[in-house]
Design a protein around this ligand. Structure first.
Ligand SMILES: O=c1ccn([C@H]2C[C@H](O)[C@@H](COP(=O)(O)OP(=O)(O)OP(=O)(O)O)O2)c(=O)[nH]1
Ligand SMILES: [Mg+2]
Length: 144
């Protein structure tokens, strides 16, 4: 897949950290550190620009370690990168802890999963087919 990297961090392409990892870690690509105060949210640039093929998307997800240790998560998780987007991939981090968090250049702040998706067209009808579930939801099948 085609990618352009503005290398501010000394790191090049996003990488899978292990052989069968689903996500590639995304690094902050910064001129200077960014501090997130408690409950503050900021868009963090990654320095990457992509050309995903039609039928693919990229999902931006939190890293569990940052969430567990520092209360840091991706506010719009999973963020959606559309195949026709040509801007810089950014990560919307929010600090849910009671301590400030400093994001430094090159830090792995989130992960990105590339996924296939369908593009459908609607058939607008008056009546939908019957199912056992019907309109049941929100715990309708009970607890155990
Ligand atoms: O975490 C994210 C989410 C989105 N984007 C970029 C890529 C995506 O293709 C574009 C639009 O995202 P989205 O559709 O989620 O935002 P929107 O609020 O609906 O804006 P738009 O009206 O531009 O679609 O912004 C990111 O860089 N990071
Ligand atoms: Mg949109």
């Amino acid at each position: 897949m085609r990618i352009k990297v503005i290398n501010r961090s000394g790191h090049d392409l996003p990488e899978y950290q292990t052989a069968h990892a689903a996500g590639m870690d995304l690094r902050a690509s910064l001129e200077e550190s960014i501090v997130l105060k408690p409950l503050e949210r900021k868009l963090i640039p990654t320095g990457i620009y992509m050309e995903l093929p039609a039928g693919f998307e990229a999902q931006v997800r939190p890293r569990s370690g940052l969430a567990y240790k520092h209360g840091l998560t991706v506010l719009n998780s999973p963020g959606t990168i559309d195949a026709d987007y040509r801007g810089e991939v950014k990560v919307l981090l929010v600090n849910l802890s009671d301590q400030p968090f400093e994001v430094v250049n090159g830090e792995r702040i989130a992960q990105m999963v590339i996924a296939k998706h369908e593009t459908i067209s609607w058939e607008n009808v008056e009546v939908l087919s019957d199912t056992d579930r019907g309109a049941g939801g929100y715990g309708s099948t009970g607890k155990s």
